[in-house]
Design a protein around this ligand. Structure first.
Ligand code: SF4
Length: 488
């Protein structure tokens, strides 16, 4: 993981800020809901989608069991195709390798296709320090680069930006003639990026998968910018996390079906590129192809049997779209490169427990992420394990102040819960008290302490007008009344 993250406690400030930004919340809510719904429709069309998920899970587990073997096989396959493999144990090493390749190619400019590993290792900062211009060519990444931000979502980096935001950014940095028409904005980006593709000496990409038996890098996209980045410049560099391997070409058939449907609800993305070595005689493409295999905490995670399942992730983003916490606070509030449920796991695994100790607690453990994960990662289970690890290895300093009231409230709660009469009385009082606060079955704004602090950033479900026992009694009476006496 790169060196930019947040300090302990900052996640609360970021989340609080996000929860008071109504415009931002609406942008996240509508976009994640759209992706979530598209996914539902797309998987409904595939008979036996569950079987496909199981197959994907099995292949990923097989890779992790024999990662050493597959990595060596991949290296030999790439070299057989005249590509070069570089091994980077840390993010810094990976950045140095990339900068050195760019220097040797005597290039001043690099066109970058979307790569989350590049974000993870702070590659843009490293390029800048080396005097190299890195231009993001994915439209979403291009937008967040103009805004000097990080991607807000694994799949949709500019998910938090409205059309107006993009129009303002383009007018300020790209073309002063302001427009909000999406087609015109896209045309402006295309014009600017075409010039960058023509100038750049090096193209840099990530990899969705890397096939061990053939040494093939697989990248999927909808815009065509990855094809340009990997074929137009003289040199192509692929940054690949070591967990991205799949053993055989035939496994791709499983993962391509899973990934596009889970990410954007498409059957397949518009472009699927399989890159096997530099160009051969009579072909288009780069003269050199370099693959940088990045560890950066992955091998440490692999050694931890309880946590290694997290390395199965194929970065589809479905768990982010399903997560009620991510939908509310968005990606930047997590403070690191990877947000959402899977980010709350892989960030502490890659960056170390201490700097990211609060992330595993940023979850309601509702399980929606597990239900949508195409490779069936048990995310809530991993979050609980990480929480236990944090408590053992890096316990939080003893809280001061307000938790006294919290402890008293918990004691009172426990006392009531053990006494049926007190429980019934408390429920009656609460039902009576909430009458002045409920709006459409929710308590949305309450001024008095402690409810006020809760409803400042989220809604509280109101108590049902009748308790379960009351309803049960009424229904039982009704059923009894309907029954006909049995004649003898
Ligand atoms: S954990 Fe599963 S759902 Fe989330 S991004 Fe990874 S593969 Fe997709």
């Amino acid at each position: 993981m790169g060196e930019t993250g947040i300090h302990s406690g900052e996640i609360h400030e970021l989340a609080h800020k996000a929860m008071t930004d109504v415009r931002l919340q609406e942008a996240y809510r509508s976009s994640t809901l759209r992706l979530y719904t598209h996914r539902l429709h797309a998987i409904a069309e595939v008979p036996g989608f569950e079987k496909l998920r199981e197959r994907g899970q099995d292949v990923k587990h097989e890779v992790l069991e024999h990662l050493d073997v597959y990595l060596e096989q991949f290296e030999s396959s790439v070299e057989r195709n005249r590509g070069q493999v570089h091994w980077a144990s840390t993010g810094r090493e990976a950045c140095e390798i990339v900068c050195e390749i760019v220097r040797r190619a005597q290039a001043r400019e690099v066109v970058k296709a979307k790569t989350m590993v590049g974000e993870e290792i702070d590659l843009n900062q490293a390029l800048e320090s080396a005097g190299i211009l890195g231009v993001e060519t994915d439209l979403g990444e291009f937008i967040v680069q103009l805004a000097h931000e990080r991607p807000a979502h694994i799949v949709a980096p500019a998910i938090h930006k409205t059309r107006t935001d993009v129009a303002d950014l383009f007018a300020a940095h790209v073309n002063p003639q302001r427009t909000e028409v999406p087609e015109h904005l896209t045309a402006i980006a295309r014009q600017t990026l075409r010039q960058a593709f023509a100038r750049a000496g090096v193209g840099l990409s990530g990899a969705n998968f890397a096939v061990a038996e053939t040494g093939t890098i697989v990248v999927i996209e909808n815009e065509g910018n990855i094809r340009f980045s990997t074929t137009a410049p003289r040199v192509h560099i692929a940054l690949v996390g070591v967990e991205k391997l799949v053993p055989r070409m035939e496994d791709l058939a499983v993962f391509l079906r899973l990934l596009a449907r889970s990410a954007t609800g498409q059957k397949l993305t518009s472009y699927t590129s399989l890159l096997t070595g530099p160009r051969r005689a009579g072909e288009d493409g780069p003269d050199e192809m370099h693959v940088v295999l990045v560890d950066n905490g992955r091998i440490r995670a692999l050694a931890d049997e309880g946590m290694r399942e997290a390395l199965c992730c194929i970065r589809c983003g479905a768990c982010l779209n399903a997560c009620p916490v991510y939908r509310k606070i968005g990606g930047h509030a997590y403070g690191w490169v990877y947000g959402g449920p899977i980010g709350a796991i892989i960030t502490p695994l890659f960056a170390g427990l201490e700097p990211a100790r609060e992330l595993p607690f940023a979850s309601s453990l509702c399980g929606a992420c597990r239900d949508v994960c195409p490779v069936k990662i048990n995310i809530p289970d991993l979050l609980l394990r990480l929480r236990a690890k944090v408590q053992q290895e890096s316990p939080a300093p003893k809280p001061k102040g307000s938790p006294v009231t919290e402890r008293m409230a918990m004691r009172l709660w426990a006392w009531i819960m053990k006494r049926p009469l007190a429980y019934t009385l408390a429920a009656h009082l609460a039902r009576f008290g909430q009458r002045f606060l409920v709006e459409e079955a929710w308590i949305k704004r309450a001024s008095m302490y402690p409810l006020g602090r809760w409803t400042e950033g989220r809604d509280l479900p109101a108590l049902a007008p009748k308790s379960f026992r009351q309803k049960f009694k009424e229904i039982s009476k009704g059923v009894g009344a309907d029954r006909q006496p049995i004649s003898s």
